[in-house]
Design a protein around this ligand. Structure first.
Ligand SMILES: NC(=O)c1ccc[n+]([C@@H]2O[C@H](COP(=O)([O-])OP(=O)(O)OC[C@H]3O[C@@H](n4cnc5c(N)ncnc54)[C@H](O)[C@@H]3O)[C@@H](O)[C@H]2O)c1
Length: 267
């Protein structure tokens, strides 16, 4: 039975992926900042009938020792980690670069970028011993070089994640590690993430224009998770990009927007 570890999985995309992995009989370790949220998430996951198990472990991905502890905990519970997903992420406040505080900048980069880098480094050390495993990092706005006022630091973190993931895949190949590294591209998801910056520290006021775009391009995270989890389980290739909202799909959504009756924001 395979084991998957997902960071930031008490809610949103990480939680939805955890549900599907459990349904598909993989052992799952969920991890997040807050123990209460994790307990609630585990209770939900335990209701899913499956041959596999779910365990929970508090892990703040900005803390090196927390990530090492998550790896040790996962090994204790299930011996070997087959899939590791660096999913934890925070949005930034809607401000220009010079309006952000040092702490706000640090938080976005520490969670989204450094958290995934340290997560990858530490799990690589483990997977190398087994000569097998798969690591996935989550892309986001900016990964494709797009730029927008109010998303510059987030975009910087996600652009860098894309570079980092490709560099790690290359190193894995050149060193013949037997480990595969890939990118998950979830498009736009209607989660707490789009409404709150810096975890839940600050509200984001979505403009009517932004809501319109989200209604066209966005999806609930269970839909996206279904696509990504199937992609992960079928993928054997190092350097893969598992992409939900392709340019073609986005163009189709805009073309058919007149017939789209979705309103994620109706009160
Ligand atoms: N929602 C979107 O539109 C969207 C689009 C593209 C990419 N993404 C990316 O998808 C991933 C998941 O996003 P989501 O929409 O599910 O967001 P979410 O806010 O619903 O979930 C993110 C989870 O990460 C956790 N987290 C935050 N900081 C952490 C830390 N320091 N250590 C451990 N956990 C931490 C949060 O507690 C939360 O449970 C993120 O990497 C995000 O950047 C989201």
């Amino acid at each position: 039975m395979k084991t998957v570890v997902i960071t930031g999985s008490a809610r949103g995309l990480g939680f939805e992926m955890a549900k599907l992995f459990k349904k598909k009989n993989l052992n799952v370790i969920i991890s997040d900042l807050n123990e209460e949220n994790l307990i609630r998430a585990k209770e939900e996951l335990d209701k899913i009938k499956s041959n596999s198990k779910v365990e929970q472990c508090v892990c703040n991905v900005t803390k090196y020792n927390d990530i090492q502890n998550l790896i040790n905990f996962s090994k204790e519970k299930f011996k070997k980690i087959d899939i590791w997903i660096n999913n934890a992420g925070v949005n930034q406040p809607e401000k220009a670069i010079w309006e952000l505080t040092e702490q706000e900048i640090n938080m976005v980069l520490d969670v989204n970028l450094k958290g995934a880098i340290i997560g990858s480094k530490l799990i690589m050390e483990e997977m190398i011993k087994n000569k097998s495993g798969a690591i996935y990092n989550v892309e986001g706005y900016g990964s494709n070089d797009a730029k927008m006022l109010g998303l510059s630091i987030y975009g910087t973190s996600k652009r860098a994640i894309t570079y980092f993931t490709e560099a790690l895949a290359k190193e894995c190949e050149e060193r013949n590690t037997g480990i595969i590294v890939g990118k998950l591209s979830p498009g736009i998801m209607i989660t707490d993430f789009i409404k709150n910056a810096l975890g839940d520290k600050e509200k984001i006021n979505l403009s009517e224009k932004t809501k319109k775009v989200y209604n066209i391009l966005g999806d609930y995270p269970d839909v996206v998770a279904n696509f990504l989890v199937n992609g992960i389980l079928n993928n054997k290739k190092n350097g893969a990009k598992i992409e939900w909202l392709t340019n073609k799909k986005a163009a189709w959504r805009f073309m058919t927007a007149r017939f789209n009756k979705r309103d994620f924001f109706k009160k």
